[in-house]
Design a protein around this ligand. Structure first.
Ligand code: HEC
Ligand code: HEC
Length: 209
């Protein structure tokens, strides 16, 4: 927990910078973009109908905006978060569009899912709430909130997300395929997790509300 808080403190500057450059988006304008461009994969209200695409409903506005910026290729540089699909989507959006669509999804109903594996859900909960001190694994709750609703502006909502998506992201952080986490926070954490821990905590998170 102490470790988590120290890492969180390190991030305050980055968080303040994001907040400063982000005037509130206009959810009404964002709604149009969502309907035309995003709905096919993420659902009109962000509650994606399939685990292949993450749920965005109720996500913290600043986080969604940051991800969209990170997917975008700027001035010929490699995007900070690589995804062929989302790279193509972000290419067509201005920063203002991104703010508006992020505000729209933030205003939608929060995602709800379900834990499916009775055998691992308690282990998942233990990791989520308490981490594993022996492995230097901090509690997820320290940054993402006890109920998984995230902490604005820096820490995303996880609750209700598809387990398939959560575990794919944890593996991407572990393998160094996803590198857009400030101060390597998630890469450091995921590098200490084995497949069983990733599967259990992802399943638990799907049922959090
Ligand atoms: C063709 C399908 C498709 C469309 C259309 C699409 N997305 Fe995505 N989106 C994806 C997939 C797949 C991912 C997961 C990428 C990954 O694995 O990193 C994703 C990821 C995201 C994420 C990251 C979520 C997180 O929790 O980090 C955001 C934000 C996002 N999309 C927003 C949008 C917005 C806004 C639009 C419309 C402008 C849009 N997407 C259109 C398929 C799509
Ligand atoms: C020290 C703070 C901290 C702790 C502790 C922490 N996280 Fe994170 N996590 C973050 C930050 C910051 C991000 C956002 C990275 C970015 O900006 O792309 C994040 C992102 C994520 C994402 C990606 C979400 C998405 O929608 O794509 C997942 C999944 C995640 N964390 C799971 C976990 C799990 C599981 C644990 C516990 C084992 C955990 N985190 C512990 C700070 C933390």
């Amino acid at each position: 927990m102490k470790r988590a808080l120290a890492a969180a403190a390190l991030c305050l500057h980055a968080a303040a910078a994001i907040a400063a450059e982000l005037p509130r988006g206009d959810a009404e304008k964002g709604k149009g973009i969502a309907a035309q461009v995003c709905a096919a994969c993420h659902g009109a209200d962000g509650n994606s109908p399939t685990p292949a695409n993450p749920r965005l409903g109720g996500q913290i506005e600043e986080y969604t905006y940051k991800q969209l910026m990170n997917f975008k290729t700027l001035a010929g540089k490699k995007p900070e978060r690589e995804s062929p699909v989302m790279g193509a989507m972000a290419a067509g959006l201005s920063p203002e569009d991104m703010r508006n669509v992020a505000a729209y999804f933030a205003s939608q109903k929060e995602s709800q899912g379900q834990a499916k594996n009775k055998e691992t859900v308690f282990f998942g909960r233990k990791l989520y709430r308490g981490g594993d001190a022996a492995k230097g694994l901090p509690a997820c709750a320290g940054c993402h909130g006890a109920d998984g609703s995230g902490i604005p502006v820096q820490y995303p909502r996880l609750a209700g997300q598809y387990a398939e998506y959560t575990s794919a992201q944890l593996k991407a952080f572990r393998d160094g395929q996803r590198t857009n986490d400030p101060n390597r926070m998630m890469r450091t954490i995921a590098s200490r997790m084995n497949d069983k821990e990733i599967a259990s905590v992802s399943d638990y998170i799907a049922g959090l509300r």
